[in-house]
Ligand binder design. Structure first.
Ligand SMILES: [Fe+2]
Ligand SMILES: [Fe+2]
Length: 355
């Protein structure tokens, strides 16, 4: 059989997908977090991996799905959140814009799996199956009521799930997870994949649908705002919690849509939360909502003296790492540029002027 004969669509998928293979899985597994630090990796969209200095691993909103993949379905249903919000029916052209940087089926060690809300770019069937199959029976699945209902409907044993609501605290080894209010108004008009659909004119209970997490490690505290919109109550959370690093959902809202935070919302949220670092996420993933985090840095620069900003933005890249406190004032992330061992051996060139 020739090389060409052996090559099919399936062999192509097997070789190429996920695009990063186990590169990032290995990096996370092999990293020993030094004392008095914590590390995080961005797993695209709002997916976050946190590792403490006791080497405790937690993953939040680990998602490995797609957006639109075909033009065949032309219209969304009248109950779809964007149909309700915009009065339109044409499907949004939200194509996935990032490679899969992480393979959930190659997870080796995970101490807790958290999901903030049931939107399908946060809760994920493949991620749930992979976590269930690859982790010990002690690894809890933690989320609000509708997230846990979705997991159980998919076949996650109920005894692996912990239903949480604002005010709850869950201890995972050296990490303490505090659960607090979400301000994700989009999730209030989204139907869950369950039977109980509220009437159109009733405002559903946010606490059953979405939560924000406050992750306390010995080296600092992370506030995950998930898909919360900008809300003045962030200022109360800034009083309730001592926050070092906050992650928020930033994106370019299409005309007629109010969903993601804008650049100025990101800065206002940072100020209100009194965080030391603000990290915009989510802007990377949807082709129709791509945003430029440079805009946040420019605005931050413009406003920081006037408003006496005490925080720094951190402009991340999917698949990248962040170490606290080392990267507190780093501002811009770039991947490892390589070639650290240059000139370890003699160069092998016909003449040096080639260089
Ligand atoms: Fe989202
Ligand atoms: Fe969402």
């Amino acid at each position: 059989m020739s090389k060409i004969d052996e090559t099919t669509e399936q062999t192509w998928k097997n070789q190429v997908f996920p695009e990063w293979g186990t590169w990032l899985n290995e990096e996370i597994d092999n990293t020993i977090v030094p004392k008095n630090k914590f590390m995080m990796w961005w797993l695209v969209n709002m997916g976050l991996w946190i590792k403490s200095d006791a080497q405790t691993n937690i993953a939040i909103d680990l998602w490995c799905g797609t957006g639109k993949t075909t033009h065949k379905l032309k219209e969304m249903s009248a109950r779809h959140q964007w149909a309700r919000l915009t009065g339109g029916r044409i499907i949004q052209p939200n194509l996935r814009s990032q490679p899969n940087v992480f393979n959930p089926f190659k997870i080796k060690k995970l101490d807790a799996f958290l999901v903030t809300h049931f939107h399908h770019d946060h809760i994920d069937l493949n991620a749930a199956a992979a976590v269930l199959k690859n982790t010990s029976a002690q690894t809890p699945f933690i989320g609000p009521k509708y997230v846990v209902q979705q997991w159980i409907d998919w076949g996650v044993p109920a005894n692996r799930c912990i239903t949480v609501k604002p005010g709850d605290t869950v201890k995972v080894k050296d990490i303490t997870i505090q659960v607090t209010d979400s301000f994700d108004r989009s999730v209030l008009i989204t139907d869950p994949d369950t039977k109980e659909l509220p009437p159109d004119d009733v405002v559903p209970e946010m606490d059953e649908r979405a939560v924000n997490f406050v992750i306390n490690t010995s080296a600092g505290t992370i506030y995950d705002a998930a898909d919360s919109h900008y809300c003045s109550y962030f200022a109360k959370h800034g009083q309730d919690f001592k926050i070092d690093v906050a992650t928020v959902a930033y994106g370019e809202n299409p005309i007629g849509v109010q969903d993601k935070m804008t650049s100025v919302d990101v800065l206002r949220t940072a100020e209100a939360l009194q965080t030391k670092v603000i990290i915009p996420l989510h802007w990377d993933i949807w082709s129709n909502m791509l945003a430029d985090p440079q805009e946040i840095e420019i605005l931050w620069d413009l406003r920081k003296k006037r408003f006496n900003y005490q925080f720094y933005p951190f402009l991340w890249l999917p698949g990248g790492s962040f170490t606290y406190p080392d990267d507190r004032t780093k501002i811009e992330y770039y991947h490892d540029r390589g070639f650290a061992d240059r000139y370890t051996y003699p160069v092998n060139l016909p003449y040096k002027s080639f260089l």
